[in-house]
Ligand binder design. Sequence first.
Ligand SMILES: Nc1ncnc2c1ncn2[C@@H]1O[C@H](COP(=O)(O)OP(=O)(O)OP(=O)(O)O)[C@@H](O)[C@H]1O
Ligand SMILES: [Mg+2]
Length: 347
Amino acid sequence: MSSSYDLCEGNVNHITSWVVVMRGCARFCITVHLGQIQGTDFEKQLRTEIKRHTISVLQGSTPSYEPHHSICKLCLPLLLELARTKSVSGLSLEDFVNAPNYNLELVGNGSQARILGGETCSYAPVLDLCPMKLTDIPRVCRKELPLFYARSIRANIDNQDPLGTTQGRISTIDGRIMYFKPRESAREQQFDRELQILLLIKSRGLIERHTRVPCIQGVVISGSSTVDEAELDDQGQCIGVLLNFVPLGMSLLSPQYWDLHSLHEKWELQVTEILEELHANDVIWGDVNPGNVVIDESMDAWVIDFGGMNNPEFVDDGNAESIAGDWQGVRRLFREWLPRRRLNIPL
Ligand SMILES: Nc1ncnc2c1ncn2[C@@H]1O[C@H](COP(=O)(O)OP(=O)(O)OP(=O)(O)O)[C@@H](O)[C@H]1O
Ligand SMILES: [Mg+2]
């Protein structure tokens, strides 16, 4: 993998191949119709690599994504020119909402392949961000929650990791650290469910009672930089919510917790207490799984993620989003899954 770009997705075959790559917050979709580069040196190279790639996929071995990277590398000088830096540090969330998008295409030019499309840039959300009209979010949200402007929020995305999402730790302009949960395409329903529940948790005062569940801090809105903030309150778009940041915040999926047998009972008890309180306040967790139990720096368990989307490994589909389902999930998580992880028994 090259360090100059992040390969996000792609598909290669002998007719039309495409890759999507990001550099910084710029997104490039590169298409290659093999017929269009016929006779070029690159066509020969690509056909050989596609053949090798296809065989390795069919054999079930880990593909090297050689043809994908060859397409990227051919375009690299242009990518470097159009997106000056790969670093995303210092970028605001707004930079990801109005990010440069390029559609590039390779065509033949004698024995050389050349790239079309570099002169046309459009601006659109990247990393699956799916903004919704602010007026479409519940009125209570707009009335009771602070609005944060995406342009004033610094995305603390780890530069080492390939870009996949804007979700994660952020800092506000006045230096507060919070957790950004974006509204992503194909997950709109989950976002809506979680928003409703976070509002319910807030209105029932669960946080004041020190229940370890995320507390909604505000709604993040995006809009043109030429529009002042008062207008944005009416015309802006909601791109996600801010939650309190759980320090350390690693989930039970992290192997470092699997050996800590003496703490497993405590975490089961803590999750049970949180769940009793949630149920008593008409909240169903709806997605019990180890990724949704987070351990903080004091080694206490938190219950997170109210997006629903039942995980059938823990809750039978017939029990999805029910009180019985939540208890079934907790039982399987702490009595079956975690002990198996601890003893290294395959699941
Ligand atoms: N408020 C928070 N503070 C710190 N870390 C968090 C917080 N919320 C989530 N995380 C971290 O992010 C991970 C994913 O969070 P969450 O489950 O809410 O997201 P998701 O998009 O629904 O993910 P998935 O689809 O994997 O369930 C958690 O396992 C945890 O490590
Ligand atoms: Mg989750």
